[in-house]
Design a protein around this ligand. Structure first.
Ligand SMILES: [Fe+2]
Ligand SMILES: [Fe+2]
Length: 379
């Protein structure tokens, strides 16, 4: 397979897949149906959008629970990625926090490396993380690099959970990014090449796409912020497309990654996974920030709206980008793994149902506690 990435008839299309969270062992009917649903979504999207590159946004498959057997892990990874492998479409990935979980990162990276259409090699000069790299994309004629793609390891949980739940992209990684960006610029006659960045855990600047919820929105629509933002409820600001199903779970420490993109001037868009419900897209200081909700059927999300993100760049102006999320229902697919209710309802309906059920559980709890207290008093 030719591993050189290039524009095709003036266009370059990327299909990104959010946290698939698939299983190593398929030992139940339910897991088999979930796998089938995910494969149907990927196969249908590959046919519909004919991407030039597929990107896995992390938390795809980890060693957790079932097995720490490397041969089994590799077999499962190939089975999960079968539609992409069979289609011969090049793909790349980022590591999710769960791929760091059991401390087997090097084996995970090795498993990907052994798949023929997997692109990207970890840059050993990056002092932190297990998979940091960049890939250049040539124009249709194959004569010039006109787009760059960054794949950044956002690490695992933070060492000190009192400081932040999630680790962050540290100063040494940011320094590696800046140095590498400078080298790329030097190698291209001082020209800055526009870049798209992929990373599992979102930058904290995503909160700039949100506004505080009004009192009436707080009941059903708004979401609670994560950690340092948890005292407020949020909605998407006007002009931000897509869906906010949960407070972005960013690290609480900001080592200046986003500021570094602005200073370097190459990153036009950054895409993230990690938050399985969110699929919004908006601009902060001219940089597009976009979420990939789960493309799988094994983890929490709202309703049945697993999705893929399709990002397109035109050769005549690679500084411009179009990116859109397609939910599996929009592709004419029907889930076999979801129950009759979740098969049909929308994200918003699902979110409202969750909240109603919590309120109902709370009310039931209060009523129940009241009855018990009354019985105790009457004794
Ligand atoms: Fe994650
Ligand atoms: Fe995840």
């Amino acid at each position: 397979m030719n591993k050189e990435l290039k524009f095709n008839n003036g266009k370059f299309t990327i299909m990104s897949l959010g946290d698939i969270h698939e299983n190593i062992i398929i030992d139940t009917k339910e897991k088999r149906k979930q796998r089938e649903d995910m494969h149907n979504l990927v196969k249908t999207s590959l046919l519909a959008f004919k991407p030039d590159l597929v990107v896995l946004m992390g938390d795809t498959l980890n060693f957790r629970d079932e097995s720490k057997d490397f041969a089994l892990y590799k077999k499962a990874l190939r089975e999960i990625l079968k539609p992409v492998i069979d289609a011969g479409v090049p793909f790349c990935y980022v590591l999710g926090n769960h791929e760091h979980d059991p401390g087997q990162e090097e084996l995970v990276v090795q498993a990907y490396k052994e798949i023929e259409n997997c692109l990207g090699e970890n840059d050993p000069t990056c002092p932190r993380g297990y998979f940091n790299c960049n890939l250049l994309v040539k124009n249709s004629a194959g004569t010039d690099d006109i787009l760059n793609l960054w794949f950044i390891d956002s690490n695992n949980l933070a060492e000190d959970q009192n400081v932040s739940m999630y680790d962050w992209v540290h100063e040494d990684q940011i320094e590696w990014y800046e140095k590498t960006a400078q080298r790329i610029k030097d190698e291209h006659g001082g020209r800055t090449i526009p870049a798209i960045l992929f990373q599992h855990i979102p930058v904290i600047e995503e909160y700039e796409l949100l506004r505080e919820a009004k009192p009436h929105e707080k009941i059903f629509e708004a979401v609670e912020g994560h950690r340092i933002f948890s005292d407020r409820k949020y909605m998407l600001k006007d002009g931000v497309d897509g869906y906010l199903g949960e407070g972005p779970c960013s690290p609480c420490i900001n080592a200046g990654q986003f500021e570094s993109w602005k200073k370097t001037g190459d990153v036009i868009a950054a895409f993230f996974g990690h938050d399985h419900s969110n699929d919004f897209t908006g601009y902060v200081d001219g940089i597009m920030l976009g979420q990939n909700k789960t493309s799988g059927f094994c983890v929490y999300t709202d309703g049945c709206r697993s999705a893929v993100r399709i990002t397109t760049i035109n050769e005549d102006d690679p500084w411009k980008i179009q990116s859109k999320v397609y939910h599996f229902k929009e592709l004419g697919l029907e889930s076999t793994s979801l129950g009759p209710i979740f098969k049909r309802i929308t994200d918003k309906q699902s979110a409202a149902m969750h909240k109603i059920s919590h309120v109902a559980a709370g009310v039931a709890g209060v009523v129940g506690a009241g009855i018990i207290i009354k019985k105790i008093i009457n004794r």
